[in-house]
Design a binder for this molecule. Structure first.
Ligand code: G1P
Ligand code: ZN
Length: 546
């Protein structure tokens, strides 16, 4: 078989964001577009990739199979010794991380646009993970971007498509392509972490029923194999279990808006359901729902940390915890009571990777429904569900009661995120320029009845490798532990998305049941006064409230 070198020209804007390069399918399917980006990754790998193992898979969205065949031919031209690819081209993001680690691969390519819609009119994405199983760092992604801007050729091996439907090995050039069971390594890893016998006993209790909504995305086969297969939950516990290229036309983002069916079912006393969960397109996010009770992701992280002793893998104690800056400070309070460090990092899982590798933290999470631990280097949706099940099995209390008791002990960090989507980039830039300009005058100011204690543009120095990340979002810290944070999304594919994160600390248990948006109304007013959102963007209200 022949290696072919194809002349190419750079495409503008192949700049990876928080989680790799994400664009519309129609952008990705232009001839050479995917190839240029993949070659730019390979051009930044050291020579010793030759003979090493690459892991490859994706969330099964439209264009996944086409992309996999292209990447296989390019990986062969680069000289990888072996490519481990999930059957059907499927690997959830946390499973890819687990496979990279278990097989000591050189790295992995994950094809996903996470929770963004799929299908021909939807989004596609690609990212490169390192040997630790985690997303590449900023230095690497910047180098890839630089390469995309000067690239003039890519290489591939001339070869027919590989049959991804059956387990087994084939060769392309000097490279062995091994089609693996996408679930096996992942399921085996989960079984080492949790008390599967105890969870199985919970699932067998007559009064306990759960539903897992896979949203027609990648976690269907994983949840079926683990919950229904290994743990014995009744068939049908996992709904929307077959991954579809367009996610059934849905939006595979596990939040109260897009997983409304699940929330409604749990709110219906006749459903008999006591626990609900969902995951996103590529399986790294999670939503946890109790009977008529939605657990906010920031609270979920805090509850997992506070109840770590219920889970065999963590019962020996936590080294530390980490949360992304916009995530609520609920977990900070748990860390304080446990006497362990709590790290505040920029948004994006890669920042947790360095802390996890150095053994500084055991659990970490983000407000955007991502939670995880040192078992892999990605957030892990089903892992969070199993963690909750393990807690429920050990404590034998309803979800809502566990969270309310947590609030009584630690106070409640009432929390919401308001998103303004598809803003013109120039307007978003202006908003941030003006906001940043105002920062020096905010401390001490009294706005909407609240005193500003501090305000800054969040910057982070990685405590392990010393790398510096600046302009990671504007924080306005208010009296009494409340906060407003402003940040621009790094994963959107149309215009700019402004995220306003609102958090109010309520110590008094008598006020814990005030509806979230009511409790946060003064903070919304303050955010508007500080950032002039309506005047600058022309928007009166957010597009999405989560
Ligand atoms: C969003 C989330 C962030 C998460 C990322 C990838 O990024 O806010 O927490 O790490 O998706 O799942 P953003 O669009 O805000 O840059
Ligand atoms: Zn995701």
């Amino acid at each position: 078989m022949r290696v072919v070198t194809v002349c190419t020209k750079p495409f503008a804007g192949q700049k990876p964001g928080t989680s790799g390069l994400r664009k519309k399918v129609k952008v990705f399917s232009q001839p050479g577009y995917l190839e240029n980006f993949v070659q730019s990754i390979f051009d930044n790998l050291p020579n010793e990739v030759k003979g090493k193992t690459l892991v490859l898979g994706g969330d099964g969205r439209y264009f996944n199979d086409t992309a996999i065949q292209i990447i296989l031919r390019m990986a062969a031209a680069t000289g990888f010794g072996r490519v481990l690819v999930g059957r059907g081209g499927i690997l959830s993001t946390p499973a890819a991380s687990a496979v990279i680690r278990k097989h000591a691969a050189f790295g992995g390519i994950i094809l996903s646009a996470s929770h963004n819609p799929g299908g021909p009119a939807g989004d596609f994405g690609i990212k490169y993970n390192l040997a630790n199983g985690g997303p590449a760092n900023e230095t690497f992604t910047e180098a890839v971007y630089q390469r995309t801007q000067s690239i003039n050729r890519y290489s591939c091996v001339e070869a027919p498509d590989v049959d991804l439907g059956a387990l087994g090995e084939t060769t392309i050039g000097i490279t062995t392509v091994q089609v693996i069971d996408p679930v096996a390594d992942y399921a085996e890893l989960q079984e080492t972490l949790f008390d599967f016998d105890r969870i199985a006993a919970l699932l067998a209790r007559p009064g306990f029923r759960m539903r897992f909504d896979a949203m027609h995305a990648v976690t269907g086969p994983y949840a079926q194999a683990i919950l229904e297969g290994r743990l014995g939950a009744p068939a049908g516990t996992v709904v929307n279990a077959i991954p579809l290229p367009d996610f059934g036309g849905g939006h595979p983002d596990p939040n109260p808006v897009y997983a409304a069916d699940l929330v409604t079912a749990l709110a219906d006393p006749h459903s008999g359901l006591s626990f609900g969960a969902a995951s996103d397109g590529d399986g790294d996010r999670n939503m946890i729902v109790g009977r008529d009770f939605i657990v906010s992701p920031s609270d979920s992280l805090a509850v997992l940390a506070a109840n770590h002793a219920c889970v065999p893998a963590y019962s020996g104690g936590l080294a530390g915890v980490a949360r992304s800056m916009p995530t609520s400070c609920a977990v900070d309070r748990v860390a304080r009571s446990l006497g362990i460090p709590c790290f505040e990092t920029p948004t994006g899982w890669k920042f947790f990777g360095s802390l996890l590798d150095a053994g500084k933290v055991t659990l970490c999470g983000e407000e955007s429904a991502g939670t995880g631990s040192n078992h892999v280097r990605e957030k892990d949706g089903l892992w969070a569900v199993l963690f909750w099940l393990n807690i429920l099995a050990a404590r034998n209390e309803p979800v809502a009661e566990i969270v309310r008791e947590h609030w009584r002990k630690f106070g409640r960090n009432v929390y919401s995120r308001h998103d303004y989507e598809g803003i013109e980039t120039a307007k978003a830039d202006r908003l941030f320029a003006e906001l940043r300009g105002k920062l020096p005058e905010l401390p001490g100011a009294e706005i909407s009845g609240m005193r500003v204690e501090a305000a800054d543009d969040f910057a982070y120095t990685d405590p392990v490798d010393g790398s510096r990340s600046e302009k990671q979002g504007v924080r306005v810290l208010l009296q009494g532990g409340s906060r407003v944070v402003f940040r621009l999304s790094g994963t959107g594919t149309e215009g700019a998305t402004l995220r306003v994160y609102l958090e109010r600390y309520v110590a008094d248990a008598a006020l814990h049941d005030v509806p979230t948006q009511t409790a946060l109304a003064p903070l919304v007013e303050l955010a508007e006064k500080i950032a002039n959102i309506t005047a600058i963007t022309g928007r009166n209200a957010p597009d999405v409230i989560s």
